[in-house]
Design a protein around this ligand. Structure first.
Ligand code: PGA
Length: 259
């Protein structure tokens, strides 16, 4: 692993790593350290292509005895509307496959919104209450969309938003169609934690890798803070960390570059 460079940028700690692999391992280590300090941590978790390698590292750390999830509780950011948890493209299936079934977490300590609920508004209120009942999220893992979304808080989402039903942006549907047989199969709506839900986490770790994310990363760190760029609200959080590979950090006016 190369030397990672950490720099404070507009209130965010930015860690630039040589490669996506290094960035994923660094992110896994932040999560492992959280669990080491507080074994019954409440973790906020994310889906998508970005965190896959981080989850692989966490599985390795768990299987080698370095970290345990036995006393942890997890809350996922979002879920597609209309998919039951056992649908292969549901985020519940994603989490079971890529993390939960491979580590020592009891499955009843893992929460993902239910995209097949018959009462969406009540379910969203219950999800918020459940997070609060567990003492709030200690560490929230995030990715970032090409359009700057965090979870499914698309551009236009305000900083006071809570867990709710949202319409997905056209470019999100297009991006996520790679996981489905055709774009027409991608759900058009989702339940997502809100910006306010995310900002209540004690620590936030956003991971972005690949050159496709560099424009969104630059706008998050240096552009205006506001609903047009939901990830920019992380700059109002007291303990937000952004982990990047060199490609996602490309073009950033950092004082130093990854070695
Ligand atoms: P990705 O999605 O990890 O699949 O790129 C990230 C996101 O949309 O938040």
């Amino acid at each position: 692993m190369g030397v990672n460079v950490t720099e404070a940028v507009n209130g965010i700690s930015v860690i630039v790593c040589d490669s996506a692999d290094d960035a994923s391992k660094t992110t896994a280590e932040l999560i492992a350290n959280q669990l080491g300090q507080k074994p019954n941590s409440v973790l906020g978790l994310a889906t998508g292509g970005t965190p896959l390698k981080t989850y692989q590292y966490l599985i390795e750390f768990n299987q080698s005895g370095r970290v345990s999830f036995r006393d942890a509780t997890t809350f996922n950011l979002d879920e597609y509307i209309g998919l039951t948890g056992d649908h292969p493209q549901s985020y519940r299936s994603f989490m079971n496959e890529h993390l939960f079934s491979n580590v020592d977490i009891p499955i009843d300590q893992t929460y993902v919104p239910d995209g097949s609920t018959s009462n969406i508004d009540q379910h969203c209120r219950d999800y918020e209450a459940l997070i609060t009942d567990h003492g709030g999220i200690d560490l929230q893992l995030l990715g970032i969309g090409h359009n700057g979304h965090i979870a499914f808080n698309e551009p236009g989402s305000d900083s006071q938003s809570a867990t709710r039903l949202v319409d997905l942006a056209a470019n999100t549907i297009e991006q996520n169609s790679r996981f489905f047989d055709s774009p027409s199969e991608v759900p058009r709506q989702a339940i997502t934690m809100g910006i306010a839900t995310i900002l209540k986490a004690k620590t936030i770790v956003l991971l972005a890798t690949g050159s496709g994310k560099s424009d969104a990363v630059r706008a998050m760190l240096y552009g205006d803070i506001g609903p047009q760029m939901p990830a920019s609200f992380l700059r109002e959080h007291p303990n937000a960390i952004v982990v990047l590979d060199a490609a996602a950090a490309e073009g950033l006016p950092l004082n130093s570059a990854a070695s």
